[in-house]
Write a protein that binds this ligand. Structure first.
Ligand SMILES: Nc1ncnc2c1ncn2[C@@H]1O[C@H](COP(=O)(O)OP(=O)(O)OP(=O)(O)O)[C@@H](O)[C@H]1O
Ligand SMILES: [Mg+2]
Length: 344
């Protein structure tokens, strides 16, 4: 589907209200429920009417902003970006990256189908559970680092690694989503713009538009910081003040904000957040190596990790104990490992 064809066949634009259960996309995908809203899309859980036996899928439907409906050129850029998102996502086949299936053309928009993840995005998890157990934070950190390492190995920079773009399934799986701003390393990108989300962008990208893999490493560090401490490093003051602090000061150590955070983990996070990209980990494989060195992989049980914002207080009680136990077990293993290293 070329950009020219797509644009010429999209005869009218419609901002599109949120679809209700039972409504259809492209006469084929029946909406079961709304899953999420992004800056440029709505995502729905759907059944495929042509293959009713197939597992339920997620459909991301491009929505049109006011600016796009009336601003010249904006529509073309957004359509090109959406097509790129599908193209790039389909190159990526990895357990920690969402699997995208097909591009769909609707009467006045575009959509694509992908695997559905039953769970929450990390932003929802952070909001509902400000003190996530360290074992869980570490697990998510490593899984996202694996996804980042894989996409970088194929020359793809995500540019928008942030909690909203990371899903955690109820069974514990972690998936990076939303390649809407991703681009191939070295390519100019659409109109050479700065894309991504302000709070997670690297200092060099913010200041000079300088972009390489290390920018994603910084954003990965921001996510790790947030899940370990419950907040971003600089939150005082307004947006400008916060940005200035990010450009000019080092973040407070995560273990100062959360005393349960082991110093080694705190140091790894701080190294991902070095303001000078030369001082940062140079690739995500180095981050994984460091994590493996101090914290051998620990499988986290689903019941210990499925913390839903929709949980009643009763069900929260029932998840608290196994989570705590998992955490204690993990800390025990970590301190054993540290003792071994120390003995060596
Ligand atoms: N495959 C999926 N399974 C379950 N939920 C999903 C899936 N894909 C997206 N979502 C939900 O929909 C939300 C929006 O999706 P996505 O980030 O892809 O949209 P976007 O318009 O590109 O967002 P942005 O504002 O980052 O540009 C996600 O944060 C997530 O909660
Ligand atoms: Mg998103």
């Amino acid at each position: 589907m070329s950009l020219e064809n797509t644009l010429s066949e999209m005869t009218h634009l419609d901002r599109g209200a949120t679809l209700a259960p039972g409504e259809r996309i492209a006469d084929r995908y029946e909406v079961i429920r709304h899953l999420g809203t992004g800056g440029s899309s709505e995502v729905y859980l759907c059944s495929d009417l042509e293959q009713p036996q197939r597992e339920k899928i997620a459909v991301k439907l491009m929505s049109h902003s006011e600016e796009e409906l009336f601003g010249p050129g904006v529509h073309e850029v957004n359509v090109a970006r959406f097509l790129d998102e599908v193209k790039i996502s389909r190159i990526l086949s990895h357990p920690n990256i969402i699997q995208v299936h097909e591009l769909i053309r609707t009467e006045c928009s575009l959509a694509f189908t992908m695997e559905h993840i039953e769970g929450d995005n990390l932003a929802e998890l952070i909001a509902s559970n400000s003190s996530m157990p360290i074992a869980n934070s570490l697990y998510i950190f490593r899984e996202v680092a694996k996804a980042v390492s894989f996409m970088h190995s194929l020359g793809i920079i995500h540019r928008d690694i942030k909690p909203d773009n990371i899903l955690r399934a109820h069974d514990g799986r972690v998936k990076v989503i939303d390649f809407g701003t991703a681009r191939m390393e070295g390519s100019l990108g659409i109109q050479g713009e700065i894309a991504g989300t302000l709070s997670y962008l690297s200092p060099e990208y913010l200041k000079d538009g300088q972009l390489d893999n290390r920018s994603d490493i910084y954003s990965l560090g921001m996510v790790a910081y947030e899940i370990v401490t419950g907040s971003l490093p600089f939150t005082c003051g307004g947006v400008i003040q916060t940005l200035q602090m990010r450009l000019s000061s080092d973040p407070p150590a995560p273990n100062k904000k959360n005393c349960l955070c082991p110093p080694e983990l705190s140091n790894i996070i701080l190294k991902t957040l070095e303001r000078d990209p030369e001082q940062r980990y140079q690739n995500a494989a180095q981050v994984i190596e460091e994590l493996d060195r101090y914290f051998p992989e620990v499988p986290v049980k689903s019941e210990a990790t499925s913390i839903s914002r929709k949980n009643s207080s009763k069900s929260q009680e029932s998840t608290a104990l196994p989570t705590e136990k998992a955490n204690q077990g993990f800390l025990q293993r970590v301190s054993n490992k540290l003792r071994l290293i120390f003995a060596e």
